[in-house]
Design a protein around this ligand. Structure first.
Ligand code: DUC
Ligand code: ZN
Ligand code: ZN
Ligand code: ZN
Length: 484
């Protein structure tokens, strides 16, 4: 059996930093120690050997707002690998009334050229007995997290009764509910008002979804999760109001996790004031970029541990696609890219500034989500037996981010012009050397689906805690909650 040795590096995990060599055989880490020898040697002198990044929030080739996001599993996973991300969790999005299992087959069929491993979250976009029943099968197929959109009224949005029914079902299945927390009714009303006032440009997108709509929905989702007795993961936390709700819930003993995006951490609402329509529209996403006070809140949350994982919500649309919204901001496809720049931007603005330790960086980009989604220690770890998804991180390499050199299929980059210091020297996905500095050596099709086990704990505010005397049975039958 051939072995690869990553030599002379410093291993950095979520809890330890130490000098060691790492042996890889058959895609697995088989030894960590001193003075290891093997067939192929990768020189990590001056570098940190870290678990590859896990992006828990991508939308690859997703049908959305009348079009498809432009990075598919080929370009998307290539972009991920180029920046040191070795696993992506994508959203399977059934259309209203579509079978979850049928949607899953459609998503499976998109992944043939994935170059890194991937998993799915299943979105609950409608509710009924069929969805209730199929959720068990989805869990059996290794998809143990269910996303709920509290926004996109008339399209993806679920009501509170549907959300409570689905959260309760998640509790019974040991699955984890996720929420996109924005009050979709209020967003829809504010959108109509702005358009009626003639405010049709991309800057009005931000006015249509102020922090309050996010704070309200985050609070509501947390309370509904508490009543359903299930943990909750809040995606793209962009503002203090949402962060505050998560912080308070955690302080009460509730298992609630928050995910800021790298975009919200470094880009702010002044981007929408750019008079160039294309420039501003390329930055239209939901939730929108916020002012700097909200950014400070997100950084504080990462430092203090009230926010857990940094993601991208990578949902890339070309300028031509964005132009569908000329004359009506509500028709600009929502989404930005970030998959290939997440690690270098977070390292530059987090570790190099002293806001995050290297270990906190690993926790926020890889290990925490691996634990939350039950992929640990197969993913998110540098341990014997773990998948050799590794990034050999060179803190001295630098570049200026530019669309000209990116892997993503779109024609711009929201981080254009940002200088980063800290980039991969090597990236390995299940032992396969896929990136050597700027050179891509990835293999389309190498990526595998990662099935996950259900095991999420009961969630209760401490104020309501009652001892549970027997483990909760996994309920696979029962009367579907009504409330369609
Ligand atoms: N927000 C976006 O900006 N894009 C995709 C979906 C979402 O919730
Ligand atoms: Zn969302
Ligand atoms: Zn989103
Ligand atoms: Zn999203």
């Amino acid at each position: 059996m051939t072995s690869t040795i990553i030599k002379n590096g410093t291993v950095v995990t979520a809890d330890l930093t130490y000098a060691a060599d790492v042996r890889i055989e058959n895609g697995i880490i088989t030894q960590i120690g001193q003075n290891l020898a093997g067939d192929e040697v990768l020189d990590a002198t001056g570098c940190y050997v870290m678990p590859g990044g896990i992006d828990p929030h991508t939308h690859l080739e997703m049908p959305f707002m009348g079009t498809y996001s432009s990075d598919d599993f080929e370009s998307g996973t290539r972009a991920a690998l180029s920046g040191g991300t070795t696993t992506v969790i994508d959203f399977c999005l059934p259309s209203p009334n579509q079978s979850l299992l049928e949607a899953l087959t459609m998503w499976d069929n998109k992944t043939g050229k994935a170059a890194c491993d991937y998993s799915f979250h299943m979105a609950i976009t409608w509710w009924g007995e069929q969805v209730f029943n199929e959720m068990a099968e989805v869990v059996d197929r290794g998809i143990t997290s269910f996303k709920h959109f509290m926004a996109y009224k008339g399209a993806l949005m679920v009501d509170d009764d549907e959300m409570f029914s689905s959260f309760s079902r998640c509790a019974d299945l040991g699955a984890l509910p996720l929420v996109h927390a924005e009050n979709g009714d209020v967003v829809a009303a504010m959108t109509q008002k702005l358009l009626a006032e003639g405010k049709t440009g991309p800057e009005a997108h931000a006015f249509s979804r102020p922090p309050e709509v996010e704070g309200e929905a985050t609070n509501r989702a947390i309370m509904i999760a508490d009543m359903a007795g299930v943990p909750l993961y809040v995606v793209h936390v962009s503002c203090e109001q949402a962060h505050e709700a998560i912080r308070r819930a955690r302080q009460k003993g509730m298992r609630v996790w928050g995910e800021p995006l790298i975009q919200h951490l470094v880009l702010d609402e002044s981007e929408y004031a750019n008079p160039d329509w294309d420039y501003a529209a390329r930055r239209v996403m939901s939730p929108p970029f916020r002012d700097k006070a909200h950014q400070a809140s997100l950084w504080a949350g990462l430092q203090a541990g009230s926010l857990s994982c940094v993601a991208t919500d990578h949902c890339a649309f070309t300028t031509a696609q964005k132009r569908n919204g000329i004359g009506n901001f509500a028709k600009i496809p929502n989404g930005t890219g970030g998959l290939e720049d997440r690690l270098s931007v977070l390292w530059t603005h987090g570790v190099n500034t002293g806001r995050l330790t290297m270990n906190e960086f690993v926790a926020a980009t890889s290990t925490n989500i691996a634990k939350i989604l039950n992929m640990y220690p197969k993913k998110g770890a540098v341990l014997v037996g773990a998948d050799a998804d590794l990034v050999v991180w060179d803190p001295a390499r630098s570049k200026t981010i530019s669309a000209k050199t990116q892997q993503s299929a779109i024609d711009y980059n929201v981080f254009e012009g940002i200088a980063v210091k800290g980039l991969p020297r090597f990236v390995l996905t299940r032992g396969r050397l896929s990136v050597v500095e700027d050179e891509m050596r990835h293999a389309p099709g190498h990526g595998q689906f990662i099935a996950r086990e259900p095991k999420n704990p009961v969630n209760r505010a401490l104020s309501q805690w009652k001892a549970i005397t027997a483990p909760r049975a996994v309920e696979r039958t029962g009367i579907p909650a009504t409330g369609v």
